[in-house]
Design a protein around this ligand. Structure first.
Ligand code: AMP
Ligand code: ZN
Length: 438
């Protein structure tokens, strides 16, 4: 490890486009061979007449079938394993709100490569073995726990597996252990700041914090800036999903100009979710990922449901791995209210522009007298609930700004700080109580 190098894996991070293409072609062929051992894929390859030798460029991935979450459910628990179970050392499972949950298997090599990806990301944003890394996200089945744990250890940092919640203890650890970096979901960091304020802790003066990795849930650029300004700390967007391994799939570099998705590990496609045809760079579509290194459960053209776009394929940081925009949300997060499509992130973006508002908000959809309505409750940054005139004018301004963005007039309720629910894991931003008409 050359601590002065900006790259942890220069041999992969600084590949030219031509080199990436060559590597991806070889690795895609290997992936197809591995998948041929899975009856689910073997059957599809046979029907479509596909062999590994048919892959001549990474674009040939388009000849291959898609994989969906439903396929994972249908083959639950081990139907997509490409190796005997005796070669697997861990599984992660996501809870299924409908039907079966999903299972992702890992071999020892898979875990090792996953840790490499996370370590690479943390190195990219300037962390080195002398840093102290506190992981304030849930452990257990949620991959943000063990994923960051192994990656941070691989980099060689002193790690603090604080897990989620218990803000007073988190703050004590940050101060006592000299924590310099934290990984957490963004909604939790805003809560942590509020508790620091209540405790009279100034993160700039009383801590050594300098770097945050924030992710696992959609958040706006405005939310990121807010977090950075609160703590005086740089916050980098971290994208991951259990199906690909967990965190580590995509991460911002110090330029903060989009997420580098690691093309030595994945083939990245952005497709139109209706036609499934590729969309041009710059246009929003569904992110589709093909694993290139995974042994236990390789996935081909996995439809993530996340919506994003390609921002570029070069970067001043020297990495040519594709840069994707922050996720706009998942296609399943989209609310359709009176025929208008709305993403929660659009609401967040507007709320964050009002300094009088805190960061916690909740969108509730209801049916009242046969009309569908949206209520946006948002916490106030300070207490002025008894200043009625000020409250009324602020409510009006927030309502107007939201209407300009979403083209519908929501009901806006400004509520005292700390009165909305805070979840320890991913934030719940939308509650849909509408009547469903058949
Ligand atoms: P899970 O694997 O169940 O923890 O969830 C993966 C999903 O979390 C992704 O498909 C995204 O919808 C969401 N996600 C993860 N990281 C981010 C991020 N940085 N920005 C927005 N959404 C994210
Ligand atoms: Zn970069």
């Amino acid at each position: 490890m050359d601590v002065k190098s900006p790259y942890l894996h220069p041999e992969y991070e600084t590949l030219s486009r031509e080199e990436i293409n060559k590597l991806q072609t070889e690795r895609l062929q290997e992936t197809i061979k591995r998948c041929a051992k899975v009856p689910f894929y073997a059957q599809k390859f046979k029907e479509m007449g596909i062999k590994a030798e048919d892959i001549k460029t990474p674009e040939d991935v388009r000849k291959l079938p898609f994989t969906t979450k439903q396929d994972l459910r249908d083959t639950y628990p081990f139907g997509l394993a490409a190796v005997p179970l005796t070669d697997c050392v861990r599984l992660h499972s996501s809870s299924g709100t409908t039907g079966n949950p999903t299972v992702i298997l890992h071999t020892k090599n898979d875990l090792d490569e996953w840790a490499n990806q996370v370590a690479r990301n943390l190195w990219m944003v300037g962390l080195r073995p002398d840093d102290v890394f506190q992981n304030s996200s849930g452990y257990g089945m949620f991959t943000g726990g063990l994923g960051f744990q192994y990656g941070a250890e691989k980099l060689g940092m002193l790690t603090v597996p604080a897990a989620a919640g218990n803000s007073l203890r988190q703050i004590k650890f940050i101060k006592d252990f000299g924590t310099t970096a934290i990984h957490a979901v963004p909604s939790y960091l805003t809560r942590l700041y509020e508790v620091m304020q209540e405790q009279g802790v100034d993160p700039r003066k009383d801590t050594k914090l300098k770097t945050f990795a924030i992710g696992a849930e959609p958040h706006s650029e405005e939310q990121r800036k807010r977090i950075e300004n609160m703590f005086g700390v740089k916050a980098y967007n971290s994208f991951g999903m259990s199906e690909m391994c967990g965190p580590g799939v995509g991460f911002e570099c110090q330029e903060q100009n989009g997420l580098h998705f690691w093309e030595d590990y994945y083939i990245v496609e952005i497709v139109d979710p209706e036609t499934l045809e590729p969309v041009p760079d710059g246009e929003i579509g569904e992110l589709v990922l093909t694993t290139l290194r995974r042994e236990a459960m390789p996935l081909i053209r996995y439809r993530t449901r996340d919506l994003t776009r390609v921002l570029g394929r070069t970067c001043p940081c020297g990495r040519n791995h594709v840069r994707l925009d922050r996720m706009k949300g998942r296609s399943d997060d989209m609310m359709v209210l009176r025929g208008v499509n709305i993403f929660p992130i659009q609401i967040e973006k507007i709320l964050m522009t009002f300094p009088e508002l805190a960061s916690n908000y909740l969108i509730t959809l209801t049916t009242d007298d046969d009309n569908d309505n949206m209520t946006v409750e948002v916490e106030l940054a300070e207490m002025f609930t008894d200043d009625y005139a000020r409250l009324q004018s602020l409510t009006k301004n927030v309502c107007r700004a939201l209407k300009d963005e979403i083209l519908l007039t929501p009901i806006v309720k400004l509520v005292p700080k700390g009165s909305l629910p805070v979840s320890e894991g991913k934030a719940v931003r939308v509650v849909d109580k509408r009547k469903v008409y058949q």
